[in-house]
Design a protein around this ligand. Structure first.
Ligand SMILES: CC(C)(COP(=O)(O)OP(=O)(O)OC[C@H]1O[C@@H](n2cnc3c(N)ncnc32)[C@H](O)[C@@H]1OP(=O)(O)O)[C@@H](O)C(=O)NCCC(=O)NCCS
Length: 148
């Protein structure tokens, strides 16, 4: 868990506190990528019931700074979407910081659409973009998102 927290601190200007990860431990939407004994990255996602539909939410995704660009982000996101679809989520949303081009590119590549901008979303005043993707076709298409 400490390794996850270290990646979080190295990845975000406003990292989640350590105990948030403790709370997610064992949840099906908390997936950790491990290579050998090293934690390489993680994703946290959950399902929010909403008027009879279930919405997925990708809350956190990060890869160790030394291991970026190797496809871990892609694989973690793909696994998270599969978990959400298994838990009957019909769509998924996430927030991404304005100017976070690596993440935006990843999400666009996964066919997320930008829904809206939320001004002052982050404590430091930066805006976020809310991005969404329907999950109806997830896993039923020929395209392999983990292997570009
Ligand atoms: C976003 C992040 C998780 C991507 O993880 P990664 O393992 O480096 O990503 P991958 O190697 O799987 O790359 C997948 C795609 O992401 C995009 N991408 C990744 N790094 C990029 C970069 N430096 N510049 C532009 N696009 C990039 C590309 O579309 C890439 O596809 P390609 O390799 O076919 O060009 C990683 O950069 C990270 O941890 N960033 C800090 C934390 C963060 O911002 N998380 C997202 C919060 S919303």
């Amino acid at each position: 868990m400490l390794a996850v927290y270290r990646i979080e601190k190295a990845s975000f200007p406003q990292p989640w506190p350590y105990d948030v990860f403790d709370r997610f431990l064992g949840e099906s939407g908390f997936l950790v990528a491990v290579e050998g004994r090293a934690v390489v990255g993680y994703v946290v996602a959950d399902v929010v019931p909403n008027h009879g539909r279930a919405f997925g939410h990708v809350k956190d995704l990060a890869v160790h700074p030394d291991r970026r660009g190797e496809g871990y982000g892609r694989r973690l996101l793909a696994h998270a979407l599969t978990r959400l679809a298994e838990h009957d989520a019909t769509s998924v949303k996430l927030e991404v910081r304005e100017g976070n081009d690596p993440a935006m590119n990843l999400y666009r590549d996964f066919e997320f659409q930008t829904l809206r901008r939320v001004e002052n979303y982050y404590d430091d005043g930066d805006d976020a973009f809310v991005m969404v993707r329907e999950l109806g076709d997830w896993g039923r298409r020929d395209r392999d998102y983990t292997n570009q």
